[in-house]
Design a protein around this ligand. Structure first.
Ligand code: PLP
Length: 383
């Protein structure tokens, strides 16, 4: 029996990715690797519409968030942490370990951050030096519209640095940090970037890199971003320490899926990719709603294009039944444990996956009319 992985990372690996990952290993100190890394750099820069380098770390997403924290926070740094879910809470905990002075603002789970919430928090906390935000909150399936949320920051003369958890956002939804006023993004390979787990990514703005030039030495040697940047910008771009080389092959390939291979067509391929992810999520939500399922995120405009959460009595039992059918979903975290199931759709899915998801969920919930759910989802998918 085939097994279908719909967890919000890791995502299923395509046959193409399997072939890429099993290619013969190369040394990370040979010209072929330098070329590979340089190519990945320019593709990631096209994805984020930036000229700044993107550091690739041997880590998961948590490692990339910790890397930003240990580089940019010091004991006493006045930090505002806005959280709307379990991963926002985790970013706060990571920051607390640095000794930074943290003020937490909590948005109810299932709702999104807004410019109003941020403006009030900044007004209540004058002298804030760093703000921590989440782009796509995977624990609830909320996509925060950071372009709008950051309006108050863009209007400030000496704006605090904005560090973003982009672990499930990169490759899933638009993220243009330089235009939006973001200073740091931590991400990972195993979600929207459709690569197996093991690669963390850190992007910093020019302003954040300058801050590092005057900051006291990073207390972590392995995570010291200045050491990474020096090697990355060298004539032969490379990692300071041995990287997971085979994951680079897959990431390179996955970026081609998102951006296409025509250097002049990358921006439109990227927009098309994001629009298709959005359309998939809308179609899935339309089908679930037609069955009468209770979507955790009520406002359609803040629903994530990459992950959908459904509130269901006996959610964990339903997941067990789904697992027995060969379909793996994720459960709830923290306060939502046992109350929801989550399904991810970061990868290049279409109608076959939509009908499989709807059919399997209907068969364990028996909610609503399957035929009308299919009709609603199909109409939204074709829209
Ligand atoms: N932040 C977000 C938004 C996530 O979705 C995740 C993982 O699901 C993490 C952080 C933690 O990432 P990792 O498990 O790769 O360390």
């Amino acid at each position: 029996m085939n097994r279908y992985l719909f967890t919000p990372g890791p995502v299923p690996r395509s046959e193409k990715a399997t072939r890429a990952e099993s290619a013969p290993l190369m040394s990370h100190r040979e010209p072929q690797f330098y070329r590979l890394l340089a190519g990945i750099q320019s593709k990631l820069q096209a994805l984020l519409d930036t000229k700044q380098p993107i550091v690739l770390l041997p880590s998961s997403g948590t490692g990339s968030l910790e890397c930003m924290a240990v580089n940019l926070l010091r004991p006493g740094t006045k930090t505002l942490s806005v959280s709307c879910g379990s991963f926002g809470d985790r970013f706060r905990e990571i920051a607390e370990r640095t000794g930074a002075a943290i003020t937490g603002v909590d948005v109810p789970w299932g709702e999104a951050m807004t410019a109003g919430i941020l403006a009030k928090a900044l007004a209540d906390n004058p002298g804030t030096e760093v703000v921590l935000l989440t782009h796509n909150e995977t624990s609830t399936g909320v996509a925060n519209d950071l372009e709008k949320v950051l309006e108050p920051i863009r209007a400030m003369p000496n704006a605090p640095l904005v560090l973003v958890d982009g672990v499930s956002a990169l490759g899933t939804l638009h993220c243009y940090p330089e235009d939006w006023g973001i200073d740091g993004i931590g991400s990972a390979s195993q979600k929207g970037l459709m690569t197996p787990p093991g690669l963390g990514l850190v992007w910093l703005s020019a302003r954040a890199w300058e801050r590092l030039d005057t900051a006291t030495t990073c207390p972590s040697y392995y995570w010291d971003l200045k050491l990474h940047k020096k090697q990355l910008l060298a004539k032969n771009p490379q990692n300071p320490y041995t990287p997971p080389v085979s994951l680079f092959y897959v990431l390179d390939d996955a970026l081609d899926d998102i951006l296409g291979t025509d250097p002049d067509g990358m921006a439109s391929a990227r927009e098309n990719w994001f629009a298709t992810r959005r359309r998939f999520a809308d179609a899935l939500c339309a089908g679930f709603e037609a069955m009468g399922l209770d979507l955790l995120v009520k406002k359609s405009e803040i629903r994530s294009p990459g992950v959908t959460a459904v509130r269901l009595e006996g959610a964990d039992d339903a997941r067990k039944e789904l697992r027995a059918m060969g379909v793996e979903f994720a459960g709830g975290q923290g306060a939502l444990k046992g109350q929801i199931f989550r399904t991810a759709h970061y990868t290049d899915m279409g109608w076959p996956e939509l009908s499989l998801l709807l059919g399997c969920v209907w068969s364990v919930t028996k909610k609503g009319n399957l035929a009308s759910a299919f009709e609603k989802a199909l109409a939204a998918w074709k829209a």
